[in-house]
Design a protein around this ligand. Structure first.
Ligand code: IPM
Ligand code: MG
Length: 361
């Protein structure tokens, strides 16, 4: 391995994570062996499997390796086996601590309808065909990380749970700048989603986004309350270009948007820090119900690898090679169960990975 090779830390995690990771690593390995991509992939432990091995969902050596890497490729974490552990030992904490420890505040979640899959959406095809939304989710603030938080027992013995929704102006500012810059390279529209009618944190969100927006007069800025945004996403999703939103609303709206595209198994994501270094993961979870059965759709993670090549490794040609191969597989009618229509005979994770490899030729 040459010293100029980019270092990728590969965190397969739990559930379907190892299966979709194997398919994705094979794709990257093919780019390395046949197309000259200079990368060096090493595995690491995270999530429930890391709890089993190290009693910690994010062992220090994993965080160190992530800091030293040029990019992190992440499968999925979690499962019923670990759900009743104390919160610090839950697999999800591994993911949340990685996001915060690496400063990955900028989460890009594109929701794109691939033409051959327009019929797979639960929405009418004419509403979703051609859909191309970029959800920009702030990822290191909000009620996810706000203090104080906890479950306490009151004097009368009643238990009380509490969390804190909090954003500083500078946290809102930096994600807003990203939204406007991204919109410039797209249709030039930002819709900022908040709950400014009820929450002070969101009133500040709206003020700061409006202020930042003045520096981008060429981008059209609108504001929408999150409840209305949920409704508009299923009523007329193509009205949106870039959706800028906070951590918790972005979590919810991105799952919603995934269904517009046919399957949550299709959506990749990128989580970037200030310098553009990032972690790349499918937006779906570990799907314990189908884990180990060769059923999961690996395309969201394979497309996440393409995002990694584009955003962190600055290898757009290799990224396109993956994206073209995925498009070709879909055009050929090759389907995993989650995106299969009535007449299709679905294939498994491994066969889908093989199909992508074949289509790369
Ligand atoms: C996501 C997931 C995570 C989140 C969980 C697994 C902690 O739902 O990436 O959207 O809530 O952010
Ligand atoms: Mg989520």
């Amino acid at each position: 391995m040459t010293s100029t090779a980019k270092k990728i830390l590969v965190l397969a995690g739990d559930g379907i994570g190892p299966e979709i990771t194997a398919a994705t690593v094979a794709v990257l390995e093919r780019l390395r062996s046949d197309y000259g991509l200079a990368i060096d992939m090493t595995p690491g432990d995270v999530g429930g499997m890391a709890v089993d091995l190290h009693n910690d969902p994010l062992p220090p050596q994993t965080l160190e390796a992530a800091r030293a890497a040029d990019a992190v490729l992440f499968g999925s974490v979690g499962g019923p086996k670990w759900d009743s552990l104390p919160r610090p030992l839950r697999p999800e904490q591994g993911l949340l601590r990685l996001r915060s420890g690496l400063g990955l505040f900028c989460n890009l979640r594109p929701a794109i309808v691939h033409a051959p899959l327009a019929a797979a959406s639960t929405l009418k095809q004419e509403l979703v065909s051609g859909l191309d939304i970029m959800i920009l989710r702030e990822l290191t603030g909000d009620i996810y990380f706000g203090q104080p938080r906890g479950i306490e027992t009151l004097a009368d013995g009643e238990r009380r749970g509490f969390n804190t929704m909090v954003y500083t102006a500078s946290e809102i500012e930096r994600i807003a700048h990203h939204a406007f810059r991204i919109a410039r390279g797209r249709a030039g529209k930002v819709c900022s989603v908040d709950k400014a009618n009820v929450l002070e944190t969101m009133e500040l969100w709206r003020d700061v986004v409006t202020e930042v927006g003045r520096q981008y007069p060429d981008v059209q800025l609108s504001h929408m309350y999150v409840d209305n945004a949920a409704m508009q996403l299923v009523r007329n999703p193509r009205q949106f270009d870039v959706i800028l939103t906070g951590n918790i609303f972005g979590d919810i709206l991105s799952d919603l948007a995934s269904m517009l595209t046919g399957s949550i198994g299709m959506l990749p994501s990128a989580s970037l820090d200030e310098s553009g270094k990032g972690m790349y993961e499918p937006i779906h979870g570990s799907a314990p119900d189908i884990a180990g059965q060769d059923k999961a759709n690996p395309l969201a993670m394979i497309l996440s690898a393409a995002m990694m090549l584009r955003h962190s490794l600055k290898e757009p040609v290799h990224a396109e090679r993956i994206e073209r191969a995925v498009a070709s597989v879909l055009e050929q009618g090759i389907r995993t169960a989650d995106i299969a229509g009535p007449g299709d005979s679905p294939i498994g994770t491994r066969a889908m990975g093989e199909a992508v490899l074949t289509a790369m030729k």
